[in-house]
Design a protein around this ligand. Sequence first.
Ligand SMILES: N[C@@H](CCC(=O)N[C@@H](CS)C(=O)NCC(=O)O)C(=O)O
Length: 219
Amino acid sequence: MLPVLYSFRRCPYAIRARYTLAFLKVSVYLREVVLKAKPDALLSLGGRSTVPQLIDVDGARYAESSDIIFWALSKSSIKNRSQQVWPSEIKQRNNMKAWIAYNDHFFKYWLDRYKYADRYPDFSEVYYRSKGEVFLQRLENRLKKRRFLFGESETLPDIMIFPFVRQFVAVNQSWFESSHYNNVKVWLARFVNSALFQSVVMTKYVAWEAGQAEVPFPA
Ligand SMILES: N[C@@H](CCC(=O)N[C@@H](CS)C(=O)NCC(=O)O)C(=O)O
């Protein structure tokens, strides 16, 4: 018996949760959700039915990607990896939290408008992109001096931010390729070209239906 993770393959919140689980080798049963036809098992939990959501074996519910990520940190037996991604120094943790919060509140806001510019006709797609670029430039400045946001190896801010940058880039890949964000390009490629991302995190699963065999993740 394992905890259950409700997930949606392309969702950036679900991607960062799955990446953390895979990186820390914390096992769950993955239930792939179709957002337009959420399973009753998820809806009947009540309240928010966004993905990702994790239900632990004792019934405890983690309804936010960040809750799942911190739950995974507490469960991982690979202590050097959990220490690597979330070092114990308080000042550094606060700084990391600030980067994650900036991503989740500001970058995500402009990302949605850039991605769905036709639904936000007040301004142009290029305008929304330029707003998102403020964050890309901050990432670029930081990554000029180090391989990852907080040093030479990945930490939670990298893991929690890259799925959103990936989505931003996907709106107009050729624009990004020709842009000057060269260090962001290399940083993003490290994640999306990794075996962990391609062969584990982004594995395709059929939509889960009640009664079907559970799917262990990471496989
Ligand atoms: N703050 C949540 C956001 C999760 C979220 O918005 N997920 C989207 C998919 S990317 C979703 O479930 N949308 C469907 C819905 O809102 O019902 C988290 O960090 O997990």
